[in-house]
Every structure is written in structure tokens, then in C-alpha cells.
Design a protein around this ligand. Structure first.
Ligand code: ADP
Ligand code: ZN
Ligand code: ZN
Length: 739
């Protein structure tokens, strides 16, 4: 329907679960053209909400008299560049998530709530500069007022902060204002600005080896979009390559965006970057409060921050003048958001680099099979570093079969002896176990009771401080029972061991040697991780005991022995990526050993010591094992040789979940085209979680575009179908967590 007069309709993305954009009439008193990427406040239902303009159109499918007008335009200029907006909309389409929610994810909370981007600051100036002398005389004996007027006359326009520094206060200023001698003007505190950069002296202390030099030349010699996969064993000098690539961009006044897996990695990476470059750096991570996050975001957007380093969601940070994006430890599953807007920060980063026409570097010692596959198809340029930088050697790995051995708290005698030996010769030892808490289970000796979570089909973990049972899936906590809830017996035993129990055991056994436990619980408080890392870096004999957090990116030059306590945890995983993840973890943990002049050794304990996977992981270079896994994936037609999308349907009642899954499945089957396979619906491997029963429907296809079109139609149809209110559903494209 076309209107007779030239009515413009504004398309607005609003944070709601509905997968569509909404048309509005322009704001009543607005006369400027409204651009995509500007925030607006609009009436929505009976509320006022903040949305983002996506564009304008001369037509609307809704009759004009039923449309509401924009209430308020919140920004002068777009918050998102065309390139970033394009990336975000691509992500919304690709991950089947509503535009409004995707755009809201990309904004810091304060902007989501509608606050202004620029807080204006007040400045004072002389009202009538020609008659200052006269005014000074008129002020007569008001000495302080005269001094203030004089000061403003000399420094105008001058802000309150500056005046306060000089010893004047607000009240005095008010007096001059009341006499009309000075006037206020409001302006933004800063204009868009660039930055300065200085290169640290540590740069010239390092002479790049041939592999590094080649890699740096390839990256710095490229122009426009290019995706580089830096595939280099741990300690091979990947970070040094990133730093040289950043240097080129920074010197040209362009910003660098660096994504790292977890906050655990940030202190060291951050220190290294700050040592190399003296320039404004902002770090974005979950520990920031709303104001800190807003300030960092704004500095990046305004082009004041030279380097932005952050975890997953930092991929959405606006950059005024982007130069390069770097994703360190690209294989890490923390780059995948597992709920809500289920995106892969790595894949979005690549799309973004494409939209911005810049280079992106993926780096890892254990690249994901997806990335290796893309490199073999020449979609990525693969840069290999096969040797450790400097003097360091790759550690030797040995599998210790403990099927027949007596274990003390999970340690074989052989391992305990080895640990003692290393500590005696003044070195550090790293013990890896991927299980936090005190013990994975509490059980009754007199009956069959075990500590099960009331909300999940899962066991609750025993924690020592405070004594409690905790579910690691739904976070519920209950006090540690002193007697069996079923039979009243006081004979309750813990089964198995987590980091807390092992900490106690190792402390008892090795007395004066410090045991430094690093897991999510011991590093919850601000600075606790940094303090632990500082202690490790003093280099005194110590046992480093921890989970995944220890495996990631750290450089521990004094660790000479790494013990993987229970490799079996990964050996029989139901997840098709289980073997890949286990290999990555073992190689990464092993990579913490022998990173300097001291040689390293890695012992891997397993009850299935002759399992072929363990032999391959320990004897082959990762890249060869990865090739073998890729062959397996090809035979099974699993990713990266096919694409997956996982529909999850959940409800508080089991029957409701099954019924909804059935009806969604029949919708899917009616839309399904030739190249798409549907599996299920079937109960999720963890059938109940956080009080909800969960069903899965898995879609698999070799044709990505066809799959995307199918999913998009399916999501619309599910949205339009009337599912009972207790039912929730979600779609996860390229899922990582299938449990
Ligand atoms: P990665 O990121 O691959 O784990 P790093 O860049 O952290 O490797 O390098 C490991 C160690 O080797 C660091 O201490 C680094 O300063 C040092 N290093 C890197 N490149 C060289 C080089 N060409 N010569 C000597 N030392 C180097
Ligand atoms: Zn009992
Ligand atoms: Zn639970």
C-alpha cells in the first residue's frame, strides 16, 4: 500500500523475542534524516523501549493510522558503523536470533537503557570580554570573585574541575553567574580523537626466527580481508607474531581488537601487551561494572582506545578505525555463547574482518578441526611454527597405565615419587584435574542414597568451604548433610576427588611446599588469580593444582613436570567433539612444561593406558592426530563436513516437553527440503536441568544456505504456532554443547 503523500516509515529493531522489525512514524519534531544505527525511544505495547533504527522505507505493511511515532531520537550519530551493523545483522540471520536482541547484546547496559553516549560537561566563559577591566573594578573588595573572574578571562572556556584544582568552588562561581559576568556553555568533553603509540624496548631484544619472520611478512604484507591461521606449538612465539602485526596497525593509527578465551588469560596477555606498547588499552571482561564497561566501549568507539582486549562479547565492540582482529586460542569453546544468542565469537570476528576489509588472525597450538579444514581448502592462509622459540624444547609425553595400580587419592606411587623428585631439585610441578570442588559425589554407606540434584539429572559436588553440596549445572547449593536424608545413617562418604580434596592431600604429603590451587572457586575474588600467578612466577618449588584454567595460555617457565591425573574423563565422552577436546586439553596442559631452558616431562595417568587415542595424542604431533580425526568426521559426515543445528525444547513437565518436541518435529518435517536430515526428537543427554525437561531435535545438512533458509522458516512457524506457555525453545546453530 503506498501513501499519497511522501510518508517515511522507520524500521526499528526492538529487543523482544519476536523475529521481526517494527515500523514507526518519524518523531514529531525531528527534521534531520534518521540513519541506521541510531537509537530511538519508541512506544511498544504499553511501555517505552529503546530500539535501534535499521533503515527507512516509503512503504509499510501496516496501515499508517495504526502506526505509532518515534518518541525520542537518542543519538545524533549512529552508534554502529555500516560494517558493524552489517555484521550484526548477518549474525542475527545466521544464528536465527531476533535483530533487536542481537543489537542489544552489542550495547553496554547503560546505552541499552537509553542513556546518552556523551555526557556533556559545563564550561564557563566571560559574558562580555570587552569590559573585563571595568567589571573587575566594579567587583571592588570581593577579592576571591575578582581572582576567579581574572582566571576565567585568562583560561576560558574553563571547566569546573580545573577551577576546583585552582582552589575556587561552585558557590563562588554562582555569584559571578548571578551578576551575569560569566556564562555557561555545554559541550562534549572530547571530540573523536586518535592515539599515540610508543614501542617498548623489549621488542628489539627479540630476534624473530625464520618461521616468525615469514609469518609476519605474510600478515603485514597483506591488504584487505585475509584470514590467517597461526598454527604453532605452545611456546613457538605466536604472541610475538601478534605483537608485530599489531605494531604495524598501531603505527598507522589503526585500532587492534584481541579476543582471548577467559579472564584467566587476561592478566598475562594484558601485561605483555602493555609492556610492548605504550598507548591507551582497554580490557573488556565480565569483571567490569556498568560504568567501566560503558567507558571502555565508548573509548573504543571514539577511536581513543588503541587496543581493545576482551573475552567473547568484545567481538561486538565498535571501532572507529579498525586495523586487525586477533583471536588467541581460537579452538577454545568459550568463544561459543551457550545460551540466549548462541553465537561463535570466532566466526563473527571473521565475518566482521570481511565487512571491514581487514586481516584477522586465528592463533592456536591446537586449532579446531573446523579451522584446519578451512585452511586445507585455502579459505585461510596457514602459517606454521613447528619449533619452540628460543632455547625451549617440546616436552616428552608418557602414558602411565594405572589399571592395575593402587592409587592414593588418584595418584600412583610412581607419580608421587616423580613429583617429590622434581620438587627436591627446586622445580615446580603442575597437576591437572578437570574437576573442581572437594569430591564429585557424596554417598550413604547404609543405603543407596547419593547426592543428586533436585533440579537436574546430575550429581551434586561436595564443596569444602563452606561445607555444602553444589550442582555445577544449575548452581543450586544446599548445606552438607551430616546424616543420610533417606535412612538417617551418619555413615556418609565422599567418592572420588576434586581439586579441593587433592589440595589437602598434597599439602599433607609435601608439608612445607606451597600447593597453589587454581580453579573457578579459588579465583572468584578480584586479584586472587593475579596473586596466585605472581607467586608461581617467583619460581620457588611449588605444586600448581588446577582445572582447565591452568591449561590456557600461561607461561610457567619453572614447571618441569606436568601430570594429567585422570585422562579417562575425556576418553569416553558422548560428544562427537570429545576426542578433539581431549587432545586439545592434553596438548595445552603439556605445553605449560619446559617453556624455558629447563626440559619438561608430561605424565598422563589413565586406567585405559592402551587406548589407541591416548597413544596417538602422545606420540603424534597434534596436527597429524587432527588429520586423523578429520578423516573420521568425513566418514561420519559430521562437522566440518556437514552443518548442524540443534533445536532444544524444554518444559517443567516432561509430557509438555515431549508433546512440544513432537509438534515442532512435525513442523520441521513438513518444511524439510532434500538436503536436510532430521534426527529425533530425543531426550537430551542431560534430560533434566535446572528444573526443566529437555528434548533435542538435531538438523544436519551439507548445504549451508539451504539449512539456513529451512531454519529461518521453521523459526517463524514455531513462533506463530501456539505452544503451551511453559514450553521454551531455542535453536543453536553450529552447536558446541550438545549435552
Ligand atoms: P606462544 O604464544 O606461541 O605460546 P610466545 O610468543 O609466548 O609463544 O613465546 C614463548 C616465549 O618465547 C616468550 O617468552 C617469548 O618472549 C619468547 N620468544 C618468542 N619469540 C622468540 C624469539 N624469536 N627468540 C627468542 N625468544 C622468543
Ligand atoms: Zn542412607
Ligand atoms: Zn542442578
Amino acid at each position: 500500500m503506498t501513501s499519497t503523500h511522501k510518508q517515511v516509515f522507520v524500521q526499528v529493531a526492538i529487543p523482544t523475542p519476536l523475529r521481526r522489525v517494527f515500523d514507526y512514524l518519524p518523531a514529531a519534531q525531528s527534521n534531520s534524516a534518521i540513519a541506521a544505527g541510531i537509537r530511538v525511544q519508541v512506544p511498544f505495547g504499553n511501555r517505552q523501549v529503546v530500539g535501534v533504527v535499521l533503515g527507512t522505507s516509503a512503504e509499510s505493511t501496516v496501515p499508517e493510522n495504526r502506526l505509532k511515532a518515534i518518541n525520542k531520537v537518542l543519538d545524533e550519530k549512529p552508534l554502529f558503523s555500516a560494517q558493524l551493523l552489517q555484521t550484526l545483522l548477518w549474525a542475527a540471520d545466521y544464528y536465527q536470533h531476533p535483530y533487536g536482541e542481537v543489537l542489544a547484546t552489542a550495547l553496554p547496559a547503560r546505552l541499552r537503557k537509553g542513556e546518552a553516549l556523551d555526557k556533556t560537561v559545563q564550561y564557563w566563559r566571560i559574558s562580555n570580554p570587552d569590559t573585563v577591566e571595568e567589571q573587575l573594578t566594579k567587583l571592588g573588595r570581593a577579592k576571591r570573585q575578582k581572582e576567579l573572574l581574572q582566571c576565567i578571562a585568562e583560561q576560558q572556556p574553563v571547566g569546573l574541575q580545573q577551577l576546583q584544582k585552582l582552589g575556587f568552588d561552585r558557590a563562588l562561581l554562582k555569584k559571578l553567574e548571578n551578576k551575569d559576568l560569566v556564562s555557561v556553555l555545554e559541550k562534549s568533553p572530547d571530540q573523536d580523537a586518535g592515539f599515540e603509540v610508543e614501542i617498548g624496548a623489549d621488542r628489539d631484544a627479540i630476534e624473530l626466527n625464520q618461521n616468525q619472520q615469514d609469518a609476519v611478512e605474510r600478515i603485514n604484507g597483506s591488504s584487505g580481508f585475509n584470514c590467517f591461521l597461526v598454527d604453532g606449538v605452545t611456546g613457538s612465539g605466536k604472541t610475538e607474531i601478534y605483537l608485530r602485526a599489531m605494531e604495524k596497525q598501531l603505527k598507522a593509527g589503526r585500532q587492534c581488537l584481541i579476543l582471548v578465551p577467559e579472564i584467566g588469560l587476561t592478566p598475562q596477555s594484558l601485561q605483555r601487551i602493555e609492556r610492548r606498547f605504550t598507548c591507551p588499552v582497554v580490557a573488556l571482561h565480565s569483571g567490569l561494572n556498568d560504568t567501566e564497561r560503558f567507558d571502555a566501549w565508548r573509548a573504543a568507539m571514539k577511536g581513543q582506545a588503541a587496543i581493545v582486549i576482551g573475552t567473547r562479547s568484545a567481538v561486538f565492540t565498535p571501532l572507529q578505525n579498525p586495523g586487525i582482529i586477533i583471536i588467541d586460542e581460537e579452538h577454545d569453546s568459550s568463544f561459543k555463547q551457550q545460551d540466549g544468542f548462541r553465537y561463535s565469537a570466532r566466526d563473527i570476528a571473521i565475518k566482521r574482518a570481511q565487512a571491514e576489509s581487514i586481516a584477522v588472525i586465528l592463533g592456536s597450538a591446537t586449532p579446531s578441526l573446523e579451522s584446519l579444514h578451512n585452511a586445507s581448502l585455502n579459505k585461510y592462509s596457514c602459517l606454521q611454527l613447528e619449533d619452540r622459540a628460543g632455547q625451549a624444547q617440546q616436552p616428552a609425553m608418557t602414558v602411565v597405565d594405572v589399571a592395575e595400580s593402587h592409587l592414593d587419592h588418584g595418584f600412583s606411587e610412581q607419580l608421587l615419587f616423580k613429583i617429590e623428585q622434581q620438587l627436591n631439585s627446586g622445580d615446580q610441578v603442575l597437576v591437572f584435574i578437570n574437576r573442581r570442588g572437594y569430591a564429585p559425589l557424596l554417598q550413604c554407606q547404609s543405603c543407596t542414597w547419593v547426592s543428586e540434584c533436585p533440579n537436574c539429572i546430575a550429581q551434586m559436588t561436595v564443596h569444602a568451604r563452606p561445607p555444602s553440596l553444589r550442582c555445577h549445572h544449575c548452581e543450586s547449593i544446599i548445606p552438607l548433610p551430616t546424616s543420610c536424608p533417606d535412612c538417617g545413617s551418619s555413615q556418609l562418604n565422599t567418592l572420588g576427588a576434586g581439586t579441593q580434596k587433592l589440595e589437602q592431600f598434597l599439602q599433607d604429603r609435601f608439608g612445607s611446599i606451597p600447593v597453589l590451587r587454581i580453579d573457578r572457586d579459588s579465583t572468584r575474588n578480584k586479584n586472587s588469580l593475579e596473586n596466585l600467578l605472581d607467586e608461581i612466577h617467583q619460581g620457588k618449588p611449588a605444586i600448581l593444582l588446577g582445572t582447565q584454567m591452568l591449561a590456557k595460555g600461561h607461561h610457567f617457565p619453572d614447571v618441569t613436570l606436568v601430570a594429567v591425573l585422570d585422562a579417562d574423563l575425556g576418553l569416553f565422552s558422548p560428544d562427537f567433539r570429545g576426542q578433539e577436546h581431549m587432545a586439545q586439553t592434553i596438548v595445552q596442559v603439556a605445553g605449560r612444561a619446559g617453556r624455558s631452558e629447563k626440559a619438561g616431562e608430561v605424565l598422563i595417568q589413565s586406567r585405559h593406558g592402551s587406548h589407541p587415542s591416548l597413544a596417538q595424542i602422545t606420540q603424534l604431533p597434534y596436527s597429524e592426530y587432527a588429520r586423523y580425526l578429520l578423516e573420521e568426521r568425513k566418514v561420519g559426515q559430521m562437522p566440518p563436513f556437514s552443518h548442524l543445528a540443534l533445536l532444544q525444547i524444554e518444559a517443567t513437565q516432561q509430557a509438555a516437553a515431549t508433546d512440544a518436541a513432537e509438534s515442532i518435529s512435525s513442523l520441521a518435517r513438513s518444511l524439510c527440503t532434500g538436503n536436510i536430515d532430521l534426527l529425533g526428537p530425543y531426550p537430551a543427554p542431560m534430560e533434566k536441568r535446572a528444573g526443566r525437561y529437555r528434548m533435542h531435535l538435531l538438523c544436519k545438512s551439507r548445504a549451508r544456505t539451504e539449512m539456513q533458509q529451512f531454519l529461518s522458516r521453521l523459526c517463524q512457524d514455531i513462533e506463530n504456532s501456539r505452544l503451551p506457555r511453559q514450553v521454551r525453545w531455542s535453536v543453536d546453530v553450529d552447536p558446541v554443547d550438545m549435552i
